[in-house]
Write a protein that binds this ligand. Structure first.
Ligand SMILES: Nc1nc2c(ncn2[C@@H]2O[C@H](COP(=O)(O)OP(=O)(O)OP(=O)(O)O)[C@@H](O)[C@H]2O)c(=O)[nH]1
Ligand SMILES: [Mg+2]
Length: 408
C-alpha cells in the first residue's frame, strides 16, 4: 500500500524535521512544534485502515451501507446465508486497492440466527477481537422496524462493546443508523429529497431509536437516518438513492483516530472530508513553519520549512485521491507560480524552492510570514486538488496572504 513516493514526500520531511530541526528549537517552541509533527505523523506515517463493527439484523442494510460508503459494489447484497461460523473481519478495498476498510461482521443479531451455529456467539467474538478492535460500532435498524424488539439487540450490542473495552481498553463509540428510510410512508415519496410528510416519519423513527438506545446506553455518539440504496452495473453506479450518507461519513471522521483519516478520505471520496483533513494538515504545517521560522535560523534550515510545505501539498494531493508523483506536484507548483525547474528529487525541489517560496529577509524570516505562506499554499492546494478549480484561482488564493486559523 505504501510506495516509495509516499515515503519520500510524506515521511522524509517529517523525519528530517524531527532529527535536524526540533532539537535546535527552544523548549517552549519545541513542545508546540513537536505536537504538530506528531499530528502529521499520525496522518502521514502511522496510517492504517478504519475499522468498524457494523451490526444489525439480516437485511438491515449492512452490506448496502458499505457499498454506499465506497460508492462501489464491494459488498454482496441480499440474502446469502452466512456460511461463516464465526464473527469475522472482512476487508473491503476500493478500485485502486490502496484504500481499505475493515468490517467486523457479527453474525446473528436478533432473529435467533445464533442457534444455527455450533460455537457460541461470545466465543466467536472473543476470537475475532483477539487481533483487533473496531474504532466504532454502527448499529443498524430498518426504519420500519425501529419498534420491533430492538432492546434485545441493544443488549447484545452492549455486550460486544464491553468485550472490546475489556480486551483492548478502548470503548468504541456507538452510532445508531436508521436504514432504508425511503421505505417509510408515504410510499410514493421514495426518492430524495423527501417531502414533509416523509420527513416527519423519518424524524419519528430517529427519535424512537434515540430513545431506545438512550434507555440502555448513556453515551450514544449520534443517530443518523439514512437511505443507502444504490444500484451498480458493471461496477458503475447506475442508480443513486443515497440520502444523508455524506453527513454520516462526515460524522464518522470525528469518531475515527487520525491515523485512519487518509484511508477514510480515499475510501469515501467525500470532498467535505478531504477538505477538512487538508485544513488539519495546513494548520499543523503552518504552525510548524511558524514555529521554526520564528527562530533566527541559518539559511541552511530553510529547506526544512519548504520540505514541510511540500509534504503538506503532497498530503493534500494524496487525500484528494491523486497518486503521488513528481509530475503532479510540479504541475501544481508551476500553476501557482513556483518554478521548480529541473529538480528531480524531492529534496532538490525543497532546496530550490527554499530560495523563493518564502521571501527571505536576510538570514531570518518571520514566523508569521512562514505560517501565512504555508496557509496560503494549503488554501491553494485545496482549491486545486480537492475543489478542482482552475490554476489561476489557486494562484490567487496563494497570493492573497491570510493568517492561518489558530491550531486546535
Ligand atoms: N429501499 C431500500 N432498500 C434497501 C436499502 N438498504 C438496503 N436495502 C435492501 O435491503 C436488502 C438487504 O440489504 P443488505 O445490504 O444485503 O442487508 P444486510 O444487512 O447486509 O443483510 P445480511 O448480510 O443478509 O445480514 C437488499 O435487498 C437491499 O437492496 C435502502 O436504503 N432502501
Ligand atoms: Mg450483508
Amino acid at each position: 500500500m505504501r510506495d516509495d513516493n509516499q515515503k519520500e514526500y510524506l515521511e522524509e520531511p517529517l523525519k528530517m524535521l524531527r532529527k535536524k530541526v526540533l532539537p535546535k528549537l527552544p523548549p517552549h517552541v519545541q513542545n508546540k512544534v513537536n505536537h504538530e509533527v506528531e499530528r502529521l505523523e499520525d496522518l502521514f506515517v502511522d496510517t492504517r485502515a478504519p475499522r468498524f463493527a457494523i451490526v444489525g439484523r439480516r437485511g438491515a442494510g449492512k452490506s448496502t451501507l458499505v457499498n454506499a460508503i465506497f460508492q462501489a459494489p464491494v459488498a454482496d447484497i441480499g440474502t446469502v446465508t452466512a456460511e461463516t461460523e464465526h464473527a469475522s473481519w472482512h476487508t473491503y478495498k476500493n478500485a485502486t486497492e490502496e484504500a481499505v476498510m475493515e468490517v467486523l461482521d457479527t453474525r446473528g443479531f436478533g432473529e435467533g440466527d445464533r442457534r444455527r451455529f455450533q460455537t457460541s456467539e461470545e466465543d466467536a467474538w472473543n476470537e475475532a477481537l483477539k487481533t483487533r478492535y473496531p474504532d466504532a460500532i454502527l448499529f443498524l435498524v430498518k426504519a420500519k422496524e425501529v419498534d420491533a424488539r430492538v432492546s434485545e439487540d441493544i443488549e447484545q450490542l452492549k455486550k460486544l462493546r464491553e468485550k472490546v473495552s475489556e480486551m483492548h481498553d478502548y470503548l468504541p463509540p456507538v452510532i445508531g443508523v436508521v436504514t432504508q428510510v425511503d421505505e417509510l410512508d408515504p410510499a410514493y415519496d421514495s426518492d430524495p429529497p423527501f417531502g414533509e410528510e416523509k420527513l416527519t416519519h423519518i424524524t419519528q423513527a430517529k427519535e424512537h431509536l434515540q430513545h431506545m438506545l438512550g434507555e440502555q446506553l448513556s453515551d450514544v455518539a449520534g443517530i443518523f437516518p439514512v437511505c443507502a440504496y444504490t444500484a451498480f452495473k458493471d461496477g458503475e453506479m447506475v442508480y443513486d438513492r443515497r440520502w444523508k450518507i455524506e453527513e454520516l461519513i462526515d460524522f464518522l471522521l470525528d469518531q475515527l483516530p487520525e491515523t485512519t483519516w487518509m484511508q477514510w478520505a480515499r475510501i469515501t471520496q467525500a470532498k467535505t472530508i478531504q477538505a477538512r483533513i487538508a485544513k488539519t494538515m495546513g494548520k499543523s504545517a503552518s504552525a510548524i513553519a511558524g514555529g521554526v521560522g520564528a527562530q533566527p535560523i541559518p539559511l541552511a534550515d530553510l529547506p526544512f520549512i519548504t520540505g514541510i510545505q511540500l509534504s503538506m501539498i503532497a498530503g493534500i494531493a494524496y487525500v484528494s485521491g491523486r497518486k503521488l508523483d513528481r509530475k503532479g506536484l510540479t504541475e501544481f507548483l508551476g500553476a501557482i507560480g513556483a518554478n521548480v525547474g529541473t529538480a528531480f528529487a524531492f529534496r532538490q525541489i525543497a532546496r530550490s524552492l527554499g530560495k523563493f517560496t518564502l521571501p527571505v529577509a536576510g538570514h531570518a524570516i518571520s514566523g508569521t510570514l512562514a505560517a501565512t505562506a504555508t496557509w496560503g499554499l494549503c488554501k491553494a492546494a485545496i482549491l486545486y486538488y480537492i475543489e478542482k478549480r482552475p490554476a489561476h484561482e489557486a494562484k490567487q488564493a496563494y497570493e492573497s496572504r491570510s493568517e492561518p486559523p489558530e491550531a486546535p
